[in-house]
Write a protein that binds this ligand. Structure first.
Ligand SMILES: Cc1ncc(COP(=O)(O)O)c(C=O)c1O
Length: 451
């Protein structure tokens, strides 16, 4: 944000860092201990990204809140970046998991829960056949492999600044010269991703057609609205064109609903009547227990079946010993039946509307050139006055330094946003008072920034 006083921002950040450290001696001690056994003191590399000098170590979480080891209570709008969109430890899921844990956790054999969950997913998304994986990343990877196999085409198409998990083919962005190359931060790519992937901007229909026309693209992998570079909504008519062009050039359309499930119980697909060939849904599907599902139309399923090879089906690149395990299917059954219900969305979406209205009112009151946007029960503010049309515009509106300050300021006042961009998600147990507290803290923060 160009008009921002960077000197002021730096001094406010220093003040907030000092407060964060002083108020969290137990987290600090754990972080120091962790540094002796965990790489960079964290169990997973992206946990370094939290805005404080170290991450707050968690004592316990319940519903929309958690406590750190120093006794601070947080309103959790990050919710495990969607993995805990159900609220932490939803009762029905916990009960089912407890029961299943006593009756066998993983067998490599099916139980009735698998059929129940597949039938539920049929109802929600309209796709006929389902398979399970442990993560949305795997569900995407497996879908891409199948797409390449049945179309006998080498490439996939992804959107600029998309994120679909740690899927090698997707770590590629359009560079300023218009050429697609490995995205910054891409760690040890197995091959140059331009060999595997074409990249176009979201909402750019002519570029999409040009990329598909060569006839070498097996599938388009798309979030129906981008959510990982801030929220980028599809423009009117974009999904109709995407579907028409993928059909015209015989490219499969994979819709990744892992985040856009926030649009409702059937995700964006059901809310907007999309008609994908393949659909992926991970993260929240098991209430936080690892699990993901991917589904196909009957036509795609029969093309897959035609190529199935019994002898080698376990070593073909689609697998996972623990995929489809009894525990994760029990969690999915309970979560879909009792937690991520229509009634829950009817509560969560108005809360996101309230969050959005609160942030919007402060943007107007204090005259900052930002905007706030929403998709179902997910909302996000971006540091640009206008809604981005595509990933590049959204990325250009990002401000890492400012983002970190906003996150740290919020954390010091008991509010957790995602460590990536400025996203807030509502759970079935989030309260209006939680949302209003965010609005108050946001006001104070912006007031200090523009002082
Ligand atoms: C849209 C989307 N798909 C897939 C994934 C991958 O999920 P996971 O990291 O659980 O494999 C993510 C992760 O953020 C995502 O945002």
């Amino acid at each position: 944000m160009e008009s921002l006083n960077r000197t002021l921002l730096t001094s406010l950040m220093q003040r907030e860092q000092k407060r964060f450290v002083e108020e969290r001696p137990k987290s600090k001690a754990l972080f120091e201990r962790a540094g002796k056994s965990l790489l960079a003191g964290v169990p997973m590399n992206w946990m370094m990204k939290w805005a404080g000098a170290f991450p707050p170590f968690v004592r316990e979480a319940q519903g929309a809140h958690f406590y750190d080891v120093d006794g601070h209570r947080y309103i959790d709008f990050c919710l495990g970046d969607t993995g805990a969109m159900t609220g932490h430890s939803p009762l029905a899921t916990v009960k089912a998991v407890e029961e299943q844990a006593n009756r066998g956790i993983t067998l490599m054999l099916p139980g009735e829960d698998a059929i129940f969950v597949a039938e539920e997913l049929q109802q929600r998304f309209g796709l006929k056949y389902w398979q399970f994986a442990l993560t949305a990343t795997d569900a995407n990877r497996f879908s891409i492999r199948l797409a390449r196999q049945i179309t006998a085409r080498p490439k996939i198409l992804a959107f600029n600044w998309c994120y679909h998990g740690t899927v090698d083919e997707t770590f590629i962005t359009l560079q300023p010269d218009g050429v697609a190359r490995a995205r910054s931060g891409n760690i040890g790519p197995p091959v140059d991703p331009s060999v595997t992937t074409k990249v176009v901007e979201f909402n750019d229909i002519p570029a999409l057609e040009e990329a598909l026309a060569a006839g070498d693209v097996a599938c388009v992998l798309a979030e129906p609205a981008m959510t990982n570079v801030g929220i980028v909504h599809p423009e009117p008519g974009y999904h109709a064109a995407l579907r028409e062009l993928t059909r015209k050039y015989k490219t499969l359309l994979i819709i990744d609903e892992t985040h856009t499930i926030c649009a409702g119980p059937g995700g964006f697909t059901r809310a907007e009547n999309l008609d994908p060939d393949v659909l992926v849904f991970g993260k929240a599907i098991g209430g936080g227990i690892p699990g993901a599902a991917y589904g196909f139309t009957a036509e795609v399923a029969s093309r897959i079946a035609n190529r199935q090879n019994l002898e080698d089906c376990d070593v073909g690149g689609i697998g996972g010993t623990l995929a489809g395990n009894a525990l994760s299917l029990a969690a999915m059954r309970a979560t879909l039946s009792n937690v991520l219900t229509k009634e829950a969305f009817d509560r969560m979406i108005p809360l996101a509307e309230r969050w959005t209205a609160g942030v919007q009112s402060i943007i107007e009151e204090l005259g900052v050139p930002w905007h706030v946007t929403r998709l179902g029960c997910r909302a996000e503010y971006l540091f640009s006055a206008n809604r981005p049309r595509n990933g590049q515009q959204a990325h250009d509106g990002m401000d890492f330094e400012l983002e970190r300050f906003m996150h740290l300021y919020a954390m010091n006042r008991g509010i957790l946003l995602t460590p990536f961009h400025n996203m807030a998600l509502m759970s079935p147990q989030t309260e209006a008072a939680d949302v209003d507290q965010h609005t108050d803290v946001f006001r104070e923060c912006v007031r200090e920034l523009v002082a």
